[in-house]
Write a protein that binds this ligand. Structure first.
Ligand code: GTP
Ligand code: MG
Length: 228
């Protein structure tokens, strides 16, 4: 699953790096689903030309899009779901390793902070923010996590069914972590590579960092959302 919002430059590169043949050798019959938050560039046209299935999300925000894609996934009988940002920061070549690291019924989370962090891949502000938010998550919720805001996750079918989420924007990953903590979903942390983004960032470090911290605090008081 590739969440997109105006990623016309990065999407073809990300798609072409997906190791379909290697996945097939591992026994997976894979396909690519693009969940789009209302791109106004050529993202949708490109996704269509590449043969991706497209989900046009209702509403805005990465969280809303991912939750909608989870709903669609739950209707199917697929074994595994892999999600990575479509901005060229993550390495699709690492998908097989992420999948083989999934614990039984659990989730593997790509860890950029103890992985191969490329030069200029993350701004200093984001580096600090990622460490602070990860620390805050563990301080509040107790479960170990190495890289709270990672955009590269691999889920077992059971884990997708158990997650309880209501995030609209970039708090979604933090809430996936808190849901793992409260729904007893096993997490495995897998060191991954992280590179400089292609195209414009949609996340505002301070504004979205604050929303993520707020979400972590809310989930300490109300561990699960009232309605999904
Ligand atoms: N479906 C959907 N995807 C979105 C939306 N907003 C952003 N995305 C995608 O979510 C991914 C993460 O967004 P980014 O802007 O890269 O944010 P980030 O990775 O947290 O921040 P940077 O480190 O600055 O790149 C990218 O693939 C975006 O295209 C949205 O509203 N809906
Ligand atoms: Mg990004």
């Amino acid at each position: 699953m590739l969440p997109t919002l105006d990623e016309e430059r990065a999407l073809p590169q990300v798609y072409s790096r997906i190791p379909f043949f290697e996945l097939e050798k591992l026994g997976f019959n894979s396909r690519v689903v693009v969940v789009d938050g209302g791109s106004t560039d050529n993202t949708l046209k490109i996704a269509d030309e590449l043969g991706c299935q497209i989900i046009n999300q209702w509403g805005e925000g990465k969280g809303a899009g991912i939750r909608q894609a989870f709903k669609e996934f739950k209707k199917l009988d697929d074994d595994v779901l892999v999600m990575l940002d479509s901005d060229g920061t993550y390495s699709p070549e690492e998908i097989p390793r992420m999948i083989s690291s999934i614990p039984k019924g659990g989730i593997s989370i790509g860890d950029r902070l103890h992985g191969n962090l490329g030069k200029n891949a993350m701004t200093r502000t984001n580096w600090l923010g990622n460490h602070l938010l990860t620390w805050l998550a563990v301080a509040l919720h107790g479960e170990p996590v190495n890289d709270l805001c990672s955009g590269f996750w691999a889920f077992s079918k059971e884990a997708v069914s158990s997650l309880k989420l209501n995030s609209m924007r970039f708090e979604i990953e933090a809430e996936m972590y808190t849901s793992c903590a409260y729904q007893n979903i096993t997490m495995k942390h897998v060191p991954i590579s992280y590179s400089k983004r292609v195209g414009e960032a949609k996340l505002g470090s301070i504004k979205d960092g604050t929303s993520i911290a707020r979400k972590l605090i809310i989930r300490r008081i109300f561990p699960t959302p009232h309605e999904e």
